[in-house]
Design a protein around this ligand. Structure first.
Ligand SMILES: N[C@@H](CCC(=O)N[C@@H](CS)C(=O)NCC(=O)O)C(=O)O
Length: 226
């Protein structure tokens, strides 16, 4: 019996992209359903009633949400091209740094992007500290997963693309060659890998989307009482 694999995502969701990459790396055919988050479909509300967010993977009628959880589900369901090592410690470390990426790196870089003046300078310092830890992580390795793209590469993959968009819009260089040579090398290596490269959302469309978000956030901040 043919398997049913459906992915609810949006064209720009960096969390959704993790799942697209994982399914492609595993060679799994899937149907992609693009959601309009301003008008969430009954399907999304049915399949992710808790968070009502994308991505959601639907496998033979069963739904899984939260992108890092989905990545692990995919890795355990389709064993080819493993994303996580078998070694329990290595596995724990990959999960730890993936969570760090979401909790600390993403939020600090986002703050640099939507803040100004002193607040932005402070956010930049925090972002640099976080990125230094990722730089350390890459010592002696081509990918975070070692010689091959693995779980942590997919979890941090947004960085390889979004950072360029955010740098372009804010006019701030966050990842430079002097401070982050390994991270920069990884960004190039990762984003040019065929399966990764073919799935990036259009750069111009991302620029427009994030420019609007930034302008709205800056306007909101300016309207806040001091
Ligand atoms: N922690 C979630 C984050 C997912 C997420 O934030 N998705 C956004 C799109 S990029 C969303 O669906 N937002 C809709 C909303 O917040 O209502 C994951 O890793 O899957």
């Amino acid at each position: 019996m043919a398997e049913e694999v459906k992915l609810l995502k949006t064209w720009s969701s960096l969390f959704g992209l993790r799942i697209v990459w994982a399914l492609k790396l595993k060679g799994i055919q899937f149907d992609s359903i693009d959601e309009d988050l301003a008008n969430k479909s009954p399907l999304l509300l049915q399949y992710n009633p808790v968070y009502k967010k994308v991505p959601v993977l639907v496998h033979n009628g069963k739904s899984i949400s939260e992108s890092l959880v989905i990545l692990e589900y995919i890795d355990e369901t389709w064993r080819q091209n493993p994303l996580l090592c078998q070694d329990p410690y290595e596995k724990a470390m990959a999960r730890f740094w993936a969570k760090f990426g979401d909790d600390k790196v993403l939020s600090s870089i986002w703050s640099v992007f939507i803040k100004q003046g002193k607040e932005q300078e402070e956010a930049l310092e925090v972002a640099m500290e976080n990125l230094k830890l990722l730089e350390e992580n890459l010592k002696g390795k081509k990918f975070f997963g070692g010689e091959k793209i693995g779980f942590l590469d997919l979890a941090l993959g947004w960085l390889a693309n979004l950072i360029c968009v955010l740098e372009e819009l804010s006019d701030i260089k966050i990842i430079d060659k002097e401070r982050f040579p390994l991270l920069l090398g990884w960004m190039q290596e990762f984003s040019q890998a065929p399966i990764i490269n073919e799935s990036w959302p259009p750069h111009d469309k991302l620029l427009t989307k994030f420019q609007i978000i930034r302008e709205n956030q800056l306007k909101l901040a300016a309207a806040q009482p001091t």
